[in-house]
Design a protein around this ligand. Structure first.
Ligand code: ZN
Length: 674
């Protein structure tokens, strides 16, 4: 599970990350609704040569999977990306025209989203260039540069792609979560071909054994297809679907295992290789257990089919990778939290029967990432908690991370933008957030990841997937609420995690303002809220607002025709967070689908069009981009005369388009259609 960023704020006081360069230039590019940033990797130069070498190999293993996520997101993505990259590099068209500018923006957006659907809203991009321009541009390119299938003519390529790019009705959404529709047939992702939602659910329900206490994650690493009238799985593994990419990932993992920091880590990498070769989900569980139990290595990584947010029924996992190493100074913060995990579990407002009697191995650390890849690139989570399998979390615990060099980049890049002054009620709130915002944001992420997701338990016999399309939102709400509730606890002061009784208010204010108003900057007029982290924030903020209205603990106020959130009673807000946490945990523990549906459909989906319009106008005037993406650093090994790596240098100068074009060439692993 991962936590996405909700901090749009400008915090002028921020904790400096280890050895971060204060003159670093974070901003790279801005277009459509996104700003591209760079991040630093403080501490990399201080690692041992062996650790640098290990990171280098793991980085390469990460980048080899890039094509997989494009194909997973929609079957035409690789074809469209390759066609457009050919135009971008070799097209003989007027590059001063409006069409060209629009084309450039479209391609940059495809890179952001790993495909033609918005990475967050999941709806298909509307091209600003004409079909006529596109046709001319394609025809101007030497056909050797185009991704033509066997025997396909350029005209046939055009006839195939034009409707997918220009007809808004075709493949309209990557992920459709509209209640009451066939979520699989109406989603353009490539996890299912030719099967209905009912067929998919029946297929997997038939595999499940309700008495199995340690079930594999059915469906996690395959496409479900109907062939000759029969529903069957095509597994993603070395000698099957995506095998060309997976073989290259394995190649670099093999190298990594030879320079592992210790035997245990080498064993983990070997187990992952075995899983990639066999596609056996039992082996994946074995790997996950080894991985979660490795607490001694400084370098760590995620590489695989991990998160299921992109599948409307939450089974199929997108491919992702990050490579990272522990930020030892900042990890003291999360160690304090995880050392007290049992206390937090025991004192939460959740009913006793839904609590864990014994919280197992919640380990938390603060990390710096060295590379982002697959579904984590170029947009990335700021915290990750894995593994996802419920029973492994129950029996072996989970590993939770906060990615500090990414939050650092976000924080630095948003300083002085005027956002807080525009949307916060008064100087009091602006001051609170300036003073405590970065700290309490990071703490909330820590609590969300290392306590929230790890807390509570399912009652015996409850199907972990029983909340279906509402499962992700409920899970994220549970984790967020756990963190929000405890941010205001005296225990946080006693543990010296926050300096005083005021600090938590910064996060409370930001959270409600975001959930009630400012996250709407990410939604186009007329659209509903779709993404599960956004739904979760809307759910929490609107539920609390409704319950706080009689006492005016929270209210909307107007000033000069503008709407603001005002919190009059922070302690009351905390009590309400606690009440909602208890209810959300009950829903999760008992698998109460009806209650989940009612909460989410009531509070988390619809948008007030008048408020939305106002927020968008105010936001537009600030000329900010609501989403951020990143370019990766470039790692260059230096070899001695025997061909052995003697150092790995990191540089931060590669541009956005430059990076994607290089990746497309260097890490081209898959055929255009798979
Ligand atoms: Zn989460």
């Amino acid at each position: 599970m991962l936590s996405a960023l909700f901090c749009f704020s400008a915090c002028s006081t921020s904790k400096k990350a280890e050895q971060a360069d204060s003159d670093f230039n974070y901003a790279v590019d801005q277009f459509a609704d996104i700003q591209i940033l760079r991040y630093q990797v403080p501490g990399f130069d201080k690692l041992s040569l062996k650790q640098k070498e290990l990171i280098y190999y793991l980085n390469e293993a990460a980048l080899q999977g890039r094509d997989i996520i494009y194909d997973q997101n929609c079957k035409h993505n690789l074809c469209i990306r390759r066609t457009m990259e050919a135009i971008y590099q070799y097209g003989q068209v007027d590059k001063t025209s409006k069409d060209w500018k629009e084309f450039e923006t479209y391609l940059k957006r495809v890179w952001v989203s790993n495909g033609i659907h918005h990475h967050y809203a999941t709806d298909k991009f509307v091209p600003g260039f004409s079909k006529d321009f596109f046709t001319k541009a394609v025809l101007s390119v030497n056909q050797d540069s185009l991704p033509l299938s066997d025997g396909e003519t350029v005209q046939e390529l055009l006839d195939k792609l034009a409707p997918i790019i220009f007809d808004p009705k075709i493949d309209a959404k990557r992920l459709n979560q509209t209640d009451g529709q066939d979520l699989i047939l109406t989603s353009a992702n490539n996890y299912y071909q030719g099967v209905t939602q009912k067929e998919a659910e029946d297929f997997y329900n038939a595999l499940k054994d309700p008495k199995d206490n340690t079930p594999i994650s059915y469906g996690l690493n395959s496409r479900l297809v109907k062939e000759n009238g029969k529903v069957t799985e095509k597994v993603w593994k070395a000698d099957a679907l995506y095998g060309q990419a997976i073989t290259k990932i394995i190649y670099w993992l093999e190298k990594a295992s030879q320079v592992a920091e210790n035997e245990k880590q080498a064993e983990i990498i070997q187990k992952l290789i075995e899983y990639y070769k066999t596609g056996d989900l039992k082996t994946f569980d074995d790997y996950s257990i080894l991985w979660v139990e490795d607490l001694n290595s400084r370098v760590d990584f995620v590489n695989g089919f991990i998160e299921t947010y992109g599948d409307p029924i939450g089974l199929k996992a997108s491919w992702e990778s990050i490579v990272n190493f522990k930020n030892e100074e900042a990890t003291k913060r999360t160690e304090t939290i995880s050392n007290n995990a049992q206390w937090f579990e025991d004192h939460s407002p959740v009913a006793k029967e839904f609590k864990k009697e014994k919280v197992k191995g919640v380990t938390a650390k603060v990390i710096n990432v060295s590379i982002l890849a697959g579904d984590c690139y170029p947009t990335t989570p700021i915290g990750i908690n894995l593994p996802n399998a419920n029973w492994i979390r129950r029996d072996h615990g989970s590993k939770s991370v906060t990615i500090e060099n990414i939050t650092e980049a976000y924080d630095k890049a948003t300083q002085g933008t005027g956002f807080n002054e525009e949307f916060m009620w008064s100087d009091v709130e602006v001051g609170l957030v300036e003073k405590y915002g970065f700290l309490t944001d990071n703490l909330h992420t820590d609590l969300h990841e290392c306590l929230g997701h790890g807390s509570g338990k399912l009652l015996p016999g409850v199907d972990p997937d029983g909340l279906k399309s509402y499962g992700s939102t409920i899970e994220e709400a549970r984790a967020d609420l756990f963190g929000l509730y405890y941010l205001a606890d005296q225990r946080m002061i006693d543990l010296k995690l926050v300096p005083n009784k005021e600090a938590y208010k910064a996060e409370y204010y930001k959270y409600l303002m975001n959930g009630l108003m400012t996250q709407l900057t990410r939604i186009s007029p007329g659209n509903n809220i779709e993404e599960s982290h956004m739904r979760n924030r809307a759910l929490i903020a609107r539920w609390v607002y409704e319950k706080a209205t009689p006492s005016k603990a929270v209210e909307f106020r107007k000033k000069d025709g503008k709407t603001y959130v005002v919190i009059n009673d922070y302690q009351k807000v905390r009590t309400l967070f606690g009440e909602l946490l208890a209810e959300i945990q009950r829903i999760r523990s008992t698998g109460d689908y009806k209650a989940a549906q009612k909460l989410i459909e009531t509070y988390a989906v619809k948008v007030d069009p008048i408020l939305h319009k106002e927020i968008l106008e105010r936001y537009k005037a600030l000329n900010l981009a609501p989403y951020k993406g990143f370019v990766n650093p470039v790692y260059t090994p230096e070899f001695d005369k025997n061909g052995k790596i003697k150092d790995v240098k990191v540089s931060y100068t590669e541009g956005y388009a430059e990076q994607h074009l290089r990746y497309s060439k260097q890490y081209k692993t898959l055929p255009t259609y798979n």
